[in-house]
Design a protein around this ligand. Structure first.
Ligand code: G3P
Length: 222
């Protein structure tokens, strides 16, 4: 996938659930193709199949569990989301935190299935721990800025710089994204200047009056 990466988390917002998840993913696809920027759609798990059948951009899950096929109930397996049409997954989002040992199992299960992995982290220490598990990406997101409209890349550039430096020391193959409060092209540009490979965002697009226009603004300074 071409860098930088814009990962749009649909969360459980009503504006991006069910058939609206398909419309939102279509906006992402249109802007991605028109501007040659990689945009990933991350709908709720039951919406993955309908979204993946409707668009040609990458579709990721919001979570998986590190269990395989067998006697497990209420879990989400890597193989199941792959079969539904996803090609990657978030793991340990701030709103869906799991134990470090479970992050490890989830990363292993995802890798075995050939899925791209983004492990979300809340500070530099957790970012360092996540990097030792060798996911494809870690995404640093200070929880207090999530949904705030205050972009991490401007409000707390040191946490982003610190995460990039820590990951580089531990495993330079792991790439860093940042998220929380990102909504404008200038926030994305600031994130890239800090050494990230892209951004993870939600409300700036999903809750925008005109999500298509919000996406166009986001890619405008790349
Ligand atoms: O997963 C993205 C996220 O937690 C940031 O949310 O609404 O601040 O872009 P938001």
């Amino acid at each position: 996938m071409k860098k930088p990466l814009i990962v749009v988390n649909f969360k459980t917002y009503a504006e991006s659930t069910g058939e609206k998840a398909v419309s939102m993913a279509r906006y992402c696809e249109e802007v991605s193709h028109a501007h040659g920027v990689s945009i990933v759609a991350v709908p709720q798990i039951p919406d993955i199949y309908r979204v993946a059948c409707s668009v040609k951009i990458p579709v990721y899950a919001q979570h998986i569990d590190g269990v395989g096929a067998g006697s497990f109930t209420g879990h989400v397996t890597a193989d199941c989301i792959l079969a539904a049409g996803a090609c990657g997954t978030l793991i340990n989002h701030s709103e869906r935190r799991i134990l470090l040992s479970d992050i490890d199992s989830a990363v292993r299960a995802a890798k075995k299935a050939g899925l791209t992995t983004i492990v979300c982290t809340n500070n530099i220490a957790v970012t360092s721990a996540a990097a030792t598990l060798s996911p494809d990406f870690v995404a640093i997101e200070p929880p207090e800025l999530i949904g705030s409209g205050i972009p991490v890349s401007k409000a707390d550039p040191d946490i982003v710089r610190g995460a990039v430096a820590a990951v580089k020391k531990i495993n330079p193959e792991v790439e860093v994204l940042c998220g929380a409060g990102i909504s404008k092209g200038e926030d994305v540009a600031a994130a890239l200047e800090l050494g990230t490979s892209g951004v993870l965002l939600a409300s700036g697009v999903i809750k925008a009056k005109d999500p298509r226009a919000a996406l166009l603004d986001l890619v405008g300074k790349i």
